[in-house]
Design a protein around this ligand. Structure first.
Ligand SMILES: Nc1ncnc2c1ncn2[C@@H]1O[C@H](COP(=O)(O)OP(=O)(O)OP(=O)(O)O)[C@@H](O)[C@H]1O
Ligand SMILES: [Mg+2]
Length: 1009
């Protein structure tokens, strides 16, 4: 698996050397018991002059099959001391003895450590070389003292000779057990020194060799010191200490939790096997993933992919990790919404971290497979792995991971989640090991409220709920009527000093509840952080171009706000930032806040056990209550679920049942996932025959769960049927037989569909619409083009208001009205509808509704004011904004679709410009600033006004001045914004440099004599 890394090892000789400097921090001598050594400097030993070096140096080149983690740790040593020396010879012997020792131990220790593993691969090293018996005897003598029981207990459980990390005990073990094995050289040295001090029988030659060795080591250490200044690799889980310092500086994290250390030291992690780790919410899972990503980028020099479920999370991560990228010299590339290049730009000198949404991650992997570059991705991390069970998005994630598993044996997959009910299925699918721990930095206490009593949740008790206390309150009859569930009492027990989140069933509930609470709040609340709240209101107003949501206007002075998808992303951001900084103390929100962003609270209240009309699922409940307790701020967190009598039985099940299982979604929605998977397999030439498709399917989650997900139809039947459907839809065709097997190939329409990531259920329709469009494309207005990229799947989300429709239709130019009639919406139809009359003529209502959405988008393009447009169409501004971003994403899909079809050549230039306009539906001058992750229109305007007009202005800004000139901007955000801008400039400059290099490169096939 790693044998290909030889040349790679050569490349980083210099870096390896530097690891020794790191271990000097420990300044331990080799008499320090291994178990007393910190896990951060695991495996350090000393030489006589007091210098320490990582024992991993004793590794031999032969171990490269498991060396990826340790590439830095041994070859540099060899290059300094030289193979011909006496010590090097002995080292060889020692290595082989270690190997032998480990080979004997491996099966047992792997079992100990990975009893949860379903796939313990054999990573054994190359066989022992035969040794002269005298040498073996000598070695035996030197090794004997090491075989104490305690050492045995700490010895590594895998054949990874360089692995001196704490014993990776399996699930549930918090404290790592540091261990170290002395190198042969150390033992030899100890013997020599001991001998020298106790008797004079030691030969002069040995003394001289010792002196030479010490001298050599000292020179080596000096060399290493000078080299390490250039950025070395080392003791922080294989990374330079600088990474640890950066984690402190940029994240404020001083030390890793014990479980994090254990997890990072797992053999599966060391040896790049796939891993799933599951811990409760707020357990600190992200940091482990980030350290592994840094290791992949810096030590193994490969690219990494981080898949997150939401665009907001991608933006947050891009902002947070850009600073690391700048400091550690790797690229951070955003793949979310309409951002991201396919295939990604090849970067010669640097490695890239691609941070993607599920959909963009899939497209990225497809493009890398197509370009034969998948092997460049060394690590794929999937956050919230349970998303595999999440409808069509789950299907896309499954396709992505199945393709990686099938196509690249060297890409490691790591998945994390807080809510996994059937981890074994996922382990089978990902061929992964599992690490679980129930660590939570802040204790979470779960309660339910029934009438005026609070009960503690204790699933172990038969009743599940144990009485805790009565609620104390004095309500007037009016108040009792307004707040029958005593939410105000529950909230005011913690606010304004501490924070509170209240999850509500619907968006309307959120707004009503925030308003209702404020009605009864004491005037004292107004005084808390008065100035900051006034600034926030000003900000909200200016991001609405002078308009301010009346609910927020009322609630913000009390420190309250609502948060749901009806807000614009600018407003959401302002509310989130104000809540994080304590300016707001309470948010009423929908369930989207539970998974979307990291906004914990001292107390979490679940207003009812429903989301809309559906009873909560266990995993949703866990995610919501998991927001309680802020690490480093609260000593504990608590959740209170408000119950009515009728919900008690269901609620008992909710708090005690295991989390729901996560099932394959390839068959979701009539098997759309399976169809599009097979189409892309054939499109990418991953498989060309039915048999090969069958082989591929064996590696999917669907195959693991075949019996549960499709008890009546076998996967093979489903596969054959899907292939047939694709043929009938003319997306694939047979191109002849080879050895009795029909070769399948993609058609032009199939390729366009797959390249554009167009949903299979719309591809025919899209083709027809585009063809019809060509017959009379209206080009003196954007309306026709906008109509063509109005997403089909949003049509059912909005019913037209016929009066508004008619008014808007009447305002169209004659040419636009003609075009509307041509696509199937005659004015007479809209007029009659507005007048409440029925129509005899049949029209396609889908087309009518789609044109209505196109009118919304068209208005938006014309005036770029979200608030005016949502007012005009009586839609929430959040909906209008998500319509806009869906249209821009669909626009780029349609663009890729048309690029594959010759007959649509004319669309290319038109759609390119249209998509750009939809993506940045703002004044043109703000576009460069909005390229920075998470900089929304409002912030861009502020920056522009303050004189930061370009990326270069922002990248070179002084954070102190920025904080002073931009309202409501905190130092940390300013730093992150500057780092993201720097990263973008680097990316652009790099891409240009690549282009220059390509241009100037001498063609390898230049004709010569
Ligand atoms: N070793 C640590 N010391 C102190 N704080 C930490 C440590 N590790 C992580 N944290 C902090 O704990 C908080 C929660 O971490 P994180 O977001 O990784 O949780 P999570 O396990 O991913 O939870 P969820 O399942 O809710 O996403 C973050 O603010 C993070 O900075
Ligand atoms: Mg997380």
């Amino acid at each position: 698996m790693y044998t290909g890394s030889r040349s790679h090892i050569q490349d980083i000789v210099v870096k390896r050397n530097s690891s020794r400097k790191r271990s000097r921090n420990g300044m331990r001598n080799h008499f320090t018991p291994a178990k007393e050594q910190s896990s951060f400097t695991s495996g350090t030993c000393s030489v006589g002059d007091g210098h320490t070096y990582t024992q991993d140096m004793t590794e031999n080149k032969d171990t490269e099959l498991c060396c990826s983690d340790n590439e830095d740790l041994f070859e540099g040593y060899d290059s300094i001391v030289g193979d011909s020396s006496f010590l090097a010879e002995l080292e060889d012997v020692e290595l082989q003895m270690h190997q032998h020792h480990k080979d004997q131990q491996t099966p047992k220790s792997c079992e100990d450590q990975l009893s949860d593993s379903i796939l313990v691969e054999d990573f054994r090293d190359s066989p022992l070389r035969t040794l002269p018996s005298s040498q073996l005897a000598f070695q035996q003598a030197v090794m004997t003292p090491q075989k104490s029981p305690s050492r045995g207990a700490h010895s590594t459980s895998t054949p990874d000779l360089t692995n001196l990390k704490p014993a990776a005990s399996h699930a549930g073990v918090n404290k790592p057990a540091p261990k170290a094995r002395r190198s042969m050289k150390d033992h030899l040295k100890k013997v020599l020194i001991d001998n020298a001090s106790t008797s004079n029988t030691i030969s002069k030659t040995v003394q001289q060799k010792e002196a030479v060795m010490t001298e050599e080591m000292s020179v080596a250490m000096q060399a290493m010191e000078s080299i390490s200044a250039e950025g070395d690799l080392g003791p922080f889980f294989g990374l330079p200490s600088r990474v640890k310092d950066l984690i402190l500086r940029l994240k404020g994290i001083q030390d890793l939790y014990d479980w994090q250390k254990t997890c990072l030291s797992l053999d599966s992690v060391q040896q790049k096997r796939n891993l799933i780790y599951s811990l409760p919410t707020s357990g600190g899972k992200t940091l482990v993933a980030e350290i592994l990503i840094f290791k992949e980028l810096l030590c193994r020099k490969k690219d990494a992919l981080l898949i997150l479920p939401y665009i907001s999370l991608v933006q947050e991560k891009v902002r947070g990790l850009s600073s690391f990228g700048i400091e550690l010299d790797f690229m951070v590339e955003e793949y979310a919404g309409s951002k991201g290049k396919f295939p990604p730009v090849k970067r010669r000198g640097k490695n890239s971290l691609y941070i993607t949404t599920i959909e963009k991650g899939h497209s990225l992997i497809n493009s890398l497979i197509e370009m034969d570059r998948l092997e460049n991705i060394g690590l794929v991390v999937v956050d919230e792995l349970h998303m595999l069970g999440g409808g069509s998005r789950g299907a896309i994630l499954e396709m992505t991971l199945s393709k990686i598993l099938y196509m690249s044996k060297s890409t490691q997959i790591i998945g994390m989640s807080a809510t996994l009910g059937n981890v074994r299925d996922l382990q089978m699918f990902l061929r992964a090991e599992n690490y679980t721990n129930d660590f939570r930095p802040v204790e979470l206490k779960e309660y339910v409220k029934l009438k005026d009593s609070i009960y503690e949740v204790d699933p172990k008790e038969e009743e599940c709920f144990r009485f805790s206390r009565f609620l104390e309150f004095k309500y007037s009859s009016g108040m009792q009527k307004m707040d029958p569930d005593h939410i105000i009492v529950l909230a005011t027990e913690v606010i304004p000093q501490q924070s509170c989140l209240i999850f509500c069933a619907t968006k309307k509930n959120c707004e009503n509840l925030a308003g209702m609470i404020c009605k009864y709040l004491n005037k004292e609340f107004l005084k808390h952080k008065e100035e900051e709240k006034a600034t926030l209101l000003g900000e909200l107003k200016s991001c609405g171009n002078g308009s301010l949501c009346p609910v927020l206007q009322k609630t913000v002075p009390f420190g309250l706000a609502y948060h749901h998808s009806g807000l614009t992303s600018d407003e959401r951001k302002l509310v989130e930032e104000a809540y994080s900084s304590g300016v707001l103390c309470l948010l009423t929100c929908t369930s989207t806040l539970a998974a979307g962003i990291n906004l914990p609270a001292r107390r979490v209240i679940l207003r009812s056990p429903y989301i809309a009309a559906d009873f909560l699922k266990r995993s949703q409940y866990k995610q919501m209550v998991g927001r309680a307790g802020r690490a480093g701020i609260d000593a504990m967190g608590e959740s209170i679920l408000v119950l009515q009598d009728k919900d008690i039985i269901m609620a008992k099940n909710l708090v005690s049942a295991p989390v729901e299982k996560c099932y394959s979604n390839l068959l979701h929605d009539g098997g759309r996932g399976l169809l599009s998977l097979i189409l892309s397999l054939i499109g990418l030439k991953i498989t060309t025959t039915k048999e090969q498709v069958r082989d591929f399917m064996k590696g999917t989650l669907l195959s693991v769960q075949e019996a549960q997900v499709s008890p009546e139809r076998s996967l093979w039947d489903l596969t054959v049927e899907s292939i047939e459907t694709l043929r009938q839809k003319a997306l694939i065709e047979a191109s002849g037989d080879v050895k009795d097997e029909t070769i399948l190939q993609i058609t032009r329409l199939g390729r366009a569909t797959f390249k554009g990531s167009v949903d299979l259920s719309y591809c025919d329709l899209l083709y027809r619409d585009l063809s019809k469009g060509l017959e009379g494309l209206l080009l003196n207005s954007f309306l026709h083009l906008v109509y063509l990229v109005t997403p089909y799947d949003m049509v059912h989300q909005c019913k037209p208001d016929w009066m508004i429709y008619f008014r808007q239709f009447s305002n169209l130019s004659a040419a636009e009205q003609k075009m509307a009639t041509a696509v199937g919406v005659p004015e007479s139809f809209v007029a009659r509808k507005a007048a409440g009359q029925s129509m005899r003529k049949s029209v396609d209502i889908m087309v009518v509704n789609r044109l209505y959405l196109a009118l919304v988008l068209y208005s938006l393009l014309k005036e770029t004011n979200l608030w005016n447009v949502s007012d005009r169409f009586q839609l929430t501004r959040g909906f209008v904004q998500s319509l806009l971003s869906s249209a821009s994403a669909f626009g780029s899909s349609v663009l890729h679709f048309t690029e594959e079809l010759e007959e649509f050549w004319a669309y290319k230039a038109l759609l390119l410009e249209l998509t750009r306009r939809l993506t940045y539906c703002v004044q043109a001058e703000l576009i460069p600033l909005m390229e920075v992750a998470g900089v929304m229109e409002h912030r861009a305007k502020q920056l522009y006004k303050a004189g930061y007009k370009t990326l270069a202005h922002l990248a070179n800004a002084d954070p102190k001045i920025l904080v002073q000139t931009i309202d409501n901007l905190f130092k940390r955000q300013a730093n992150q914004m500057i780092a993201s801008a720097k990263m973008l400039i680097k990316e652009k400059a790099d891409a240009l440099q690549e282009e220059v290099d390509d241009l100037l490169m001498l063609p390898s096939d230049l004709p010569s004599l």
